[in-house]
Design a protein around this ligand. Structure first.
Ligand SMILES: Cc1cc2nc3c(=O)[nH]c(=O)nc-3n(C[C@H](O)[C@H](O)[C@H](O)COP(=O)(O)O)c2cc1C
Length: 214
């Protein structure tokens, strides 16, 4: 079969990104925040989209994209339906991997960590900052459950719109998860596949920092 994907070979050398060591502190959050800012400044498409992998009840990893919404001192936050497939996976096994890829910057970040729900007030504040339609959507969507038809969903939206024409309370099953990293790897594309990989591994309360072969 003609392998048209061969055409995509990329030598990762468009940018001289400088030496990664120049920006590595003694904890990973400063670099994570710096890279996120750069992705936003350089107008990367969907700069805060990340893949979250959970371990499913079937033993397989399950991945999906969510938005990274907050960067805290202890980790990163995303919002979702706690009764979704990912929520059920996390309930049983709160270990996840987050993956961010910014193709325009030739950068990838992998975050392995333990998840916990954020305080309810934090979920309330974020929920109330969303547009009315998204708030209704959070009630209407029984995320990950089988849906009989598109109409079933639209009917629910209609009913909820009548019920909550103005103020919409946060559904109790909707809120934030905080991923507290135990390991973060920063990957930066360099020429000839000699990429940089800098790993921060939590060791007690300190971060062990080292390079990995590309
Ligand atoms: C760009 C993008 C952003 C998304 N952001 C979120 C999000 O922040 N929260 C969320 O629950 N789902 C988000 N989704 C939808 C998820 O990928 C997924 O379909 C949904 O959460 C259900 O996943 P699950 O059935 O594995 O729990 C996003 C999808 C895309 C493509």
């Amino acid at each position: 079969m003609d392998n048209f994907l061969d055409l995509l070979r990329n030598d990762h050398h468009q940018f001289d990104q400088g030496k990664l060591e120049d920006h590595v502190g003694n904890e990973p959050f400063s670099l994570l925040s710096k890279w996120l800012r750069e992705a936003i400044d350089k107008q990367v498409s969907e700069p805060n989209a990340m893949s979250i992998s959970t371990i499913g009840l079937d033993g397989y990893p399950h991945s999906r994209i969510v938005y990274l919404k907050e960067l805290l001192e202890e980790g990163i936050v995303f919002y979702t339906n706690y009764s979704s497939s990912k929520g059920n996976d996390i309930e049983v096994n709160p270990k996840v991997q987050a993956l961010i890829f910014w193709s325009g910057l030739e950068r990838q970040i992998r975050i392995i960590g333990n998840v916990e729900k954020v305080p309810e007030e934090m979920s309330d504040t974020y929920f109330q900052s969303r547009p009315w339609g998204s708030k209704i959507g959070a009630w209407a969507s029984h995320q990950s459950k089988e849906l009989e038809s598109r109409k079933e969903l639209e009917d629910r939206v209609h009913e909820l719109a009548l019920k909550y024409p103005n103020e919409v309370p946060r559904p109790p099953h909707w809120g934030g998860y905080l991923i507290k990293p135990i390991e973060i790897e920063f990957w930066q594309g360099r020429p000839s596949r000699l990429h940089d990989r800098i790993v921060f591994e939590l060791n007690g309360s300190n971060w062990k920092i080292y390079r990995k072969n590309p």
